[in-house]
Design a protein around this ligand. Structure first.
Ligand SMILES: [Zn+2]
Length: 241
């Protein structure tokens, strides 16, 4: 039976706001450890964050693996700096610095090169490694963005500790966008040459589409989210119902 929205959320919107404001001021927010993140919070903020850390997503119909909150940062985390993103309207922007554990970084590089050789297109990583503290920020950011609709957000953003963006050493997710006209647009990314190529070839480099349509995890369809697994999985490709 599905639970109701967590009761502690009621009346805590101002506290969420203040956590978001403090988080934005942390320089290395994407890779900061949870203890260091918590150090900048006051009692009420810490208390609220702690409640989020202990939500069991399964009680809300989401079935995801738990990787842990206090997992150590991968030893070899490679920064990816200066990637150029082209928007559907042709505007260009430098993507904020991203990070990947070395093995996933090498696998991605090989895959991107093979994609370019086959199609002339390239992928840009919009989101790579996210420490659990940063995943907390992403979850709270989305809660605010979607008017504190917990049931909606729990299907869009993983709760801290459950994200494949912090599944090291088992796995490492990337959110990508391409360079073709459809590839530049997340809303039609699954119609792009890049997506078609990935569906047929990504598994050769250890990457799989985690959330096809109607996936068992209960997460929305995410054609841009590909996960590198340290143990290669068979190609699941896209599942259409
Ligand atoms: Zn993702």
């Amino acid at each position: 039976m599905q639970k109701e929205t967590p009761e502690f959320l009621r009346g805590s919107f101002a506290v969420i706001d203040s956590i978001l404001e403090k988080a934005k001021k942390i320089d290395d927010l994407k890779i900061v450890s949870l203890p260091k993140f918590v150090r900048v919070l006051n009692y009420a903020e810490k208390d609220l964050l702690d409640k989020f850390l202990w939500i069991d997503p399964e009680e809300y119909g989401i079935r995801m693996e738990f990787f842990g909150h206090n997992v150590g940062r991968p030893k070899k985390l490679i920064p990816i700096i200066g990637q150029k993103r082209i928007f559907p309207d042709g505007k260009r922007k430098i993507v904020s610095d991203q990070f990947l554990p070395k093995t996933a970084y090498i696998a991605f590089g090989m895959m991107n090169k093979a994609l370019h050789n086959a199609t002339g297109r390239r992928l840009v990583i919009l989101s790579g490694y996210r420490a659990p503290a940063y995943q907390s920020y992403i979850f709270l950011f989305n809660l605010k963005k979607y008017d504190f609709d917990f049931f909606k957000v729990v299907k869009i953003a993983a709760l801290p500790g459950y994200s494949e963006h912090c599944g090291w050493p088992d796995c490492q997710a990337i959110d990508v966008i391409g360079s073709s006209p459809a590839g530049r647009d997340l809303s039609v990314f699954d119609k792009s040459e890049e997506f078609r190529w990935l569906s047929e070839n990504a598994y050769k480099f250890g990457f799989n589409l985690s959330y096809p349509r109607c996936n068992g995890a209960g997460i929305v369809y995410e054609p841009w989210h590909w996960c590198w697994h340290s143990r290669q999985l068979p190609n699941r490709g896209e599942i259409n119902f």
